[in-house]
Write a protein that binds this ligand. Structure first.
Ligand code: PLP
Length: 558
């Protein structure tokens, strides 16, 4: 080969292998845009927006008008009209995925028969391929084990409301009394007391919980569904996460010492044990296979079912392959099947790693511990599903949605996709770190979490200032949408740091380029450099509501 050509080949190869500083990227994307959507920025739409929201100008193009609108909607990002947002919409990675051309094609091929449509059989087969053949519904079985729902929380609602009915039959004392006289080597009972107190304040009319469900980190809807059914959700973050150990590769792990303590002393109070993969409220951090296996062993010894909240199973499997010794040679698909081999059931919002805009499911292992501990539950679930969502073979979704999910589950384990996805999140996080902005490190799989306590550490700030809320509102004025998941969302007032007090930037899948995200990073930089000027947010509506961050209104307090 010509020496000059050989030189350039070497140079280009070195570029591709390098880890450039954030903002420069040499590796090509593993996809190209097949369809784009322009913002509704025609003069007609802008005039309409101006008239509807009675702002001085169109909030899409005018920062002052955006500030007016942000104040009008009570600083609540959920209420801001998405089409008037010029920058990145990082409110959630849920249901915001850009679907592939193959998925859109599946939508056109949808079979809209009422029951047992083509999409159902395709999805069932794909479930077997993705999670392992034992998860597939045997069409010759009379008992249902796959329950399709329109989204994740509907599956959670089904599970916990039926569980509550089942537990109501057992006569037990309040949990508060059961933990009262226990010695507390890991400090977990003291935390439970605090949590029980917090729950009593939050839901003063509910009966006292008699059971609790431990997890590495319940998501807010999971937590609410559990609380609503008079069970205490208990988060057992691993000690490395609590210590903010940036070198620890699996900060999503559950705290095994605390779980062991609980399973040894009061197993009869634990109807289920959970792991959320990846751990969303704990920073989108992955859970190690070793941790999953340890939970399996501990729960199996006590006959307690072990479930996953599996929304981001593929991202979690990717991190296991990248970070956990012994898994570097396994494919992501093999790792996924190993994860699901250890559990008795899982629910999943397919709006994340299903790569679709709508869909969820609850799956129960037929030969697992759950049907043994709760006989007849599968039948109850089938009835519930027919009452609320529809026949089990479509569960609140159109036939075309089922096909798009099957296609999404095929795509999501593609290593090129996962490498690109996780690296993009990391680059965004690295850029914020370069600006000195405190985030959870290493960045998680789907989102970057700004640590609000550290962001405002050198300013005069108290919890009732809800600075996380104010920070989100000002980023919205800049034209980007993030979400407070901290003191306000989780009622953390009076719980001292370290705690999960975050503002989350969740990155939609296959939607933005680095250039878009860097605009968000620049806005956050301006706010960080002027953090002492960020005003407090005062609640004007909703302090005492449940799930209050979705519904509340605020104003800036200058
Ligand atoms: C970990 C986790 N569990 C459950 C849910 C609820 O899923 P859905 O939004 O589909 O109801 C979410 C949604 O963001 C989540 O992140």
């Amino acid at each position: 080969m010509n020496e000059h050509l050989a030189f350039f080949i070497r140079e280009f190869a070195a570029l591709e292998e390098s880890q450039p500083d954030p903002g420069r990227y040499y590796q090509p994307r593993p996809f190209r845009n097949a369809s784009v959507r322009f913002r509704a920025n025609t003069s007609h739409n802008c005039a309409r927006a101006k008239a509807i929201f009675s702002t001085s100008a169109c909030p899409l193009h005018n920062i002052t008008a955006r500030a007016e609108l942000v104040e009008k909607i009570g600083l609540n990002p959920f209420l801001y009209p998405a089409h008037l947002l010029p920058g990145c919409d990082l409110l959630s990675d849920s249901g915001t995925t850009t679907m592939t051309a193959e998925q859109w094609a599946q939508l056109l091929l949808g079979d809209e028969a009422y029951g047992s449509n083509e999409g159902y059989f395709e999805l069932n087969e794909q479930i077997g391929t993705t999670f392992g053949p034992e998860w597939q519904q045997d069409p010759n079985e009379t008992e249902q084990t796959i329950f399709i729902f329109h989204q994740g929380r509907a599956a959670e609602h089904a599970l916990f409301s039926l569980l509550n009915r089942r537990l109501a039959d057992a006569q037990t004392t309040p949990l508060r009394l059961a933990i009262k006289d226990l010695t507390d080597p890991t400090g977990v009972y003291r935390r439970m007391e605090q949590e029980l107190h917090r729950l009593a304040q939050k839901r003063p009319n509910n009966p006292e919980p008699r059971y609790f469900i431990p997890s590495n980190g319940h998501f807010d809807t999971t937590e609410a569904n559990i609380e609503e059914n008079n069970i205490l959700p208990l988060n057992l973050n691993c000690s490395e996460h609590r210590a903010d150990d940036e070198t620890f590769p699996f900060r999503g792990n559950i705290n095994i010492a605390e779980l062991t303590e609980l399973l040894t002393t009061i197993p009869e109070r634990i109807p289920l044990v959970y792991l959320t993969v990846t751990n969303n409220t704990g920073g989108g951090q992955p859970v190690a296979m070793a941790n999953i296996k340890a939970v399996r062993e501990l729960t199996a010894a006590k006959g307690i079912p072990f479930f996953l909240d599996a929304c981001r199973f593929a991202e979690n499997a990717w991190f296991i392959q990248q970070r956990e010794p012994g898994y570097e040679r396994k494919t992501v698909s093999e790792i996924v099947r190993e994860i699901f081999q250890y559990v008795d059931g899982f629910h999943i919002s397919l709006k994340k790693d299903g790569l679709v805009n709508i869909g969820g499911a609850l799956l129960i292992r037929k030969n697992g511990l759950f049907p043994v501990r709760y006989p007849g539950f599968l039948e109850n679930l089938t009835d519930y599903q027919i009452l609320t969502e529809g026949h089990p073979t479509y569960g609140g979704l159109a036939g075309r949605d089922l096909k798009a999910i099957a296609e999404g589950l095929r795509t999501v384990v593609n290593p090129e996709y996962l490498a690109y996805r996780t690296a993009q999140v990391r680059r965004f996080g690295d850029r914020l770190t370069r600006y000195g902005i405190p985030i959870i490190r290493p960045p998680g799989g789907h989102a970057v979490y700004i640590n609000v306590d550290r962001f405002f550490a050198d300013t005069k700030t108290a919890d009732p200032d809800y600075k996380g809320v104010a920070l989100v509102a000002l980023i919205l004025v800049a034209g980007h949408r993030l979400c407070e998941l901290g003191v306000y969302a989780f009622n953390l007032e009076n719980i001292p740091p370290p705690r999960n007090n975050f503002v989350r930037a969740a990155i939609p899948r296959l939607t933005y380029e680095d250039q878009d995200l860097s605009a968000t990073a620049e806005a956050i930089r301006v706010l960080y450099e002027n953090r002492d000027r960020i005003p407090a947010a005062e609640v004007v509506f909703g302090t005492n509501l449940s799930l209050r961050h979705f519904k509340s209104r605020f104003r800036f307090k200058y």
